[in-house]
Design a protein around this ligand. Sequence first.
Ligand code: TYM
Length: 380
Amino acid sequence: MFLATKRVVQCNALCVRQLTRRYLSAEAAGNEAPRRGKIVFSGIQPTGVPHLGNYLGALSNWVKLQNEASAEDQLIFSIVGWHAITLPQKAKELSASRWDMLATLLAIGIDPKRSIVFHQDDNRCHTELAWIFNCITPVGKLRRMTTWKARLADSRNANSASEIDESMLNAGLLTYPVLQAADILAYRATHVPVGEDQVQHLELSRELAHLFNRTFVPGKKRFFPPPIADITPSKRVLSLRDPTSKMSKSSPDIQSRILLTDSPSQITSKLRSAVTDSTIGITYDPINRPGIANLLTILGACLGKTPSELAEEYANKSNAEFKSLVTDAVQDLFRGPRTEFERLRNERAYLEEVAKDGAERARVHSEETLRQVRQFVGLY
Ligand code: TYM
């Protein structure tokens, strides 16, 4: 069975090569590339097990896009180790997370025969293109990024200094969005499924695509297409402990997030202690009742309904009854992936084979992009 998988993967690599050549020969002839299908690209950091926010905001959409893709669409999903090291990581834990993240992606339904799944750090084209983009990105633009400002605010709290001081922060944190643009544009991706927190980074990717085309491409042709953010309705799942901030891997309160690997009893306990309010009955009011609105968003995503529909349906339920419905739905949602993850994380040889094939196929795409980029820039 494994050999069969390998053969299909090799066959896919061949198809990628053929498609890439077709695009390139059209371009060499001075035509716009005959882009037929979508090129979908997205990434996730290997910094621990994904949580419900990652899943509902992004990963479930990766699987949906894959399963609904036409034969000509290409799907590329990356585990972005270089982004992870912008914050301090313990080497052994990072390495384990890298492989666990691959097992997770396969466990939720990413099919390595259909999609390219790989470790970002196995393909140097990303850092090469990031450097070229660094050389055209105004620093002022990066300083205005919300994520950079949040890091500054964190560092100010940590140092309890009255002045915001960026001199202690590493340059990787500042240029992180440039690497993200390079991730996407190395494949000339057209669609990027992400949660809402990534929209500003996507905007930068679009700007860099335009800027590069205007600056370097003869005739200002659209060599890099401006990528489109593909956002799910549950684009921002909130913390269970503080429903004014997003559910996040970095929150010190483990009760604030549900992990894909949580047991049914952990899911029950986290949802039981989710912060709501004392109003009687269920209504969808994200401003005044953010905790209940968040649970409605989660249940809606699990059942394929809108939060408002569910609020009407469960208008007379108590908060406790409603939380118990959400608990059942989330337990059902994660049951299959959790079991599959436990099985796959022990299949290291298989994971390594998938990563190797994924990286090879990723390189076929991106090396062609980089070859042309070097020509446009004059580095040949
Ligand atoms: P990361 O690893 O923080 O998150 C992975 C994906 O999960 C989404 N997400 C959420 N969605 C809804 N509610 C939440 N509470 C929530 N928390 C996280 C994120 O929006 C993301 O889609 N910079 C990226 C990784 C990256 C990338 C890329 C993404 C690097 N290169 C190129 C797309 C394209 C990040 O840190 O995601």
